[in-house]
Design a protein around this ligand. Structure first.
Ligand code: FAD
Ligand code: NAG
Length: 538
């Protein structure tokens, strides 16, 4: 059989994983990247470029390195647990170099259109038009992996803000925000309290005269740093916790989580208390927000009702003069290169496991990285790619359209039970469940039962430890001989970058405790003895 040619659209982390998976399975990938370099979202650029994701100078991961890694390529042990975007870029470059991915990428090549060929129902092939240097070229491909990301098309709901046209100050979206220098001494209102909104508001507040952070529904704030200073995801995202969660009623989990977060700071006193429960909406990672609020640099406000030429009027009737409005209102999905074919993309983004459009005659097109796991993107996209290449090669089959639709509808129902209705939520999934689901399709889900018999030490770490991506390389296709060791050493890699000051052993606390106990026992016993001897001698 001839080698299948696969077009990979975009060279961000999803695209790089896709190229690697194609190579692993003997497919022939050609990756088209519209910019001149790899990395996608993680490559910081001083000026925003339309059609590309934009991040700010200080952006730092909200998922920790052990949970964020490619499944057969752990981060170096000395890397910090939460990486600055420049460190993330270093890792991405090392990955591309290590697996020889660069030679499969055509840079400065924008995919303009992806269309079914006339004989699609028999061949499953695609016509792909690429624009390079203003010239268009057409290619034929046997399969398409769409890895173009979804943080490029700004969501700017200006129609919801009366009077915004009159406002004479500066208006911008967080996509354009780079650093706080432009905001020195300014009065700034930040709209939206997602991860970006909270982060950017805090950063600007260090130099601004005053920052107002406006939120419609409030939010729960959680932290990168969890109990005992461990990374949050490492602590919470374990198989053990997932099972406990499944057996406990939702309201108890919500109560536990909310009490825990309120113990850090009371969300009601800080004006953040949402109406929704913890599990039903994305919580915001915001380690510093409480500090900015308690020092008065950030004031939490309700929704903006309207703007005048120089001020914002909030729903509670208060009015504040402002110089800048910063919309941290998120992004919209956008795939301008897909023809208006409802069989590929409908308004609800109906996709089997958020990857395959169920209505295509041939399963030769896949979306990678559309899903929004409550966890890290790299391992999720990579898992999808591993599955997709198996389908492309015909090693695995998709169910019938009818069965796929039934699965999609059932999943939707389950998710609407958990999450609030919101367009962003149509693709949100619990991390471990989703990974396991795809892993089962592929036959790489770790078999805990047999592990407990053959390798109890490993089984314990797989079950009680963080559900790190290496778990999905222990068995089945794509098995990696380093996976066991990567799992057993993950805790060392977490601690290594923290323990940068060598502590001289000054007697361990437990041995000190031992002496304290001995001495107090002697005192306790000797005092009554003395007393008794005194009595006898009298
Ligand atoms: C502020 C912010 C913080 C985040 N933090 C985290 C985090 O800490 N951890 C985490 O796991 N996830 C995080 N995410 C999610 C993030 O989206 C993923 O980590 C990841 O970067 C997505 O990679 P991607 O390859 O899917 O898309 P992107 O990184 O967006 O890459 C897509 C690539 O496709 C190219 N492209 C697009 N259209 C075309 C076209 N028509 N032709 C050719 N090329 C095209 C683009 O130039 C780009 O290089 C964050 C997202 C945001 C917005
Ligand atoms: C990290 O930030 C991105 C972008 O704001 C968000 O989609 C994702 O859910 C966040 N992850 C966690 C674990 O909060």
């Amino acid at each position: 059989m001839k080698v299948k040619k696969i077009a990979v659209i975009g060279a961000g982390v999803s695209g790089l994983g896709a190229i690697k998976c194609c190579l692993e399975e003997g497919l022939e990938p050609v990756c088209f990247e519209m910019s001149n370099d790899i990395g996608g979202l993680w490559r910081y650029k001083e000026t925003p470029e339309s059609g590309r994701p934009g991040i700010y100078k200080t952006l730092t991961c909200n998922t920790s390195k052990e949970m964020t890694a490619f499944s057969d390529y752990p981060f170096p042990d000395h890397y910090p647990n939460y990486l600055h975007n420049s460190k993330m870029m270093e890792y991405i470059r090392m990955y591309a170099r290590h697996f020889g991915l660069m030679k499969h990428i055509q840079f400065l090549s924008r995919v303009c259109s992806v269309r079914k060929r006339l004989d699609f129902s028999s061949s499953g092939q695609w016509d792909v038009v690429i624009e390079t240097d203003g010239k268009q070229t057409s290619y034929i491909f046997d399969g398409i992996m769409i890895c173009s990301g979804h943080y490029t098309e700004k969501n700017l709901p200006l129609q919801d803000f009366a009077g915004i046209q009159k406002f004479r100050g500066r208006c911008l979206h967080s996509w354009e925000y780079k650093h706080p220098d432009d905001f020195v001494g300014k009065r700034v209102v930040v709209i939206g309290i997602g991860n970006s909104g909270a982060d950017v508001a805090g950063e600007i507040s260090r130099v601004a005269e005053q920052v107002f952070l406006s939120t419609r529904r409030g939010t729960w704030i959680w932290n990168r740093v969890w109990d005992n200073g461990n990374p949050m995801d490492v602590t919470l995202f374990t198989r053990y916790n997932r099972i406990v969660q499944k057996f406990w009623p939702t309201f108890l989990i919500n109560r536990w989580a909310e009490n825990k977060l309120n113990a850090k700071f009371n969300h009601a006193n800080y004006g953040l208390q949402p109406k929704h429960r913890f599990l039903s909406h994305q919580a915001t990672v915001g380690d510093d927000l409480a500090n900015h609020i308690i020092t008065g640099r950030v004031l939490i406000k309700s929704n903006v009702k309207e703007f005048t030429d120089t001020s914002a009027i909030f729903e509670d009737g208060t009015e504040e003069s402002v110089d800048v409005v910063l919309f941290a209102t998120g992004y919209k999905f956008s795939f301008p290169f897909l023809e208006d074919d409802p069989a590929i993309l409908d308004s609800q983004r109906t996709m089997f496991k958020f990857v395959f459009p169920p209505k295509l005659e041939k399963p030769t097109l896949a979306f990678i990285g559309i899903v929004q796991p409550i966890g890290a993107t790299i391992p999720t996209s990579e898992m999808q790619s591993r599955w997709v290449v198996h389908i492309f090669k015909g090693l695995k089959k998709l169910p019938s359209e009818h069965d796929m639709m039934a699965d999609i509808i059932r999943k939707r129902k389950e998710l609407t039970k958990i999450f609030l209705e919101s367009p962003r939520h149509t693709c949100r999934v619990p991390y471990i469940d989703y990974m396991d689901e795809i892993a089962s399709e592929l036959g790489v889900k770790p078999n805990l039962f047999s592990l407990f018999f053959w390798d109890a030490k490993l089984a314990k770490e797989v079950f009680y430890g963080p559900c790190t991506p290496y778990q999905y390389r222990l068995q089945g296709p794509g098995q990696w001989s380093g996976a066991r060791n990567a799992i057993l050493t993950q805790r060392d890699r977490i601690l290594k970058p923290l323990r940068t000051r060598v502590l001289t052993p000054s007697g361990s606390p437990s041995s000190r405790l031992f002496w304290v106990k001995c001495i107090s026992t002697v005192i306790c016993l000797s005092v009554p003895m003395l007393f008794i001897t005194q009595l006898i001698h009298q």
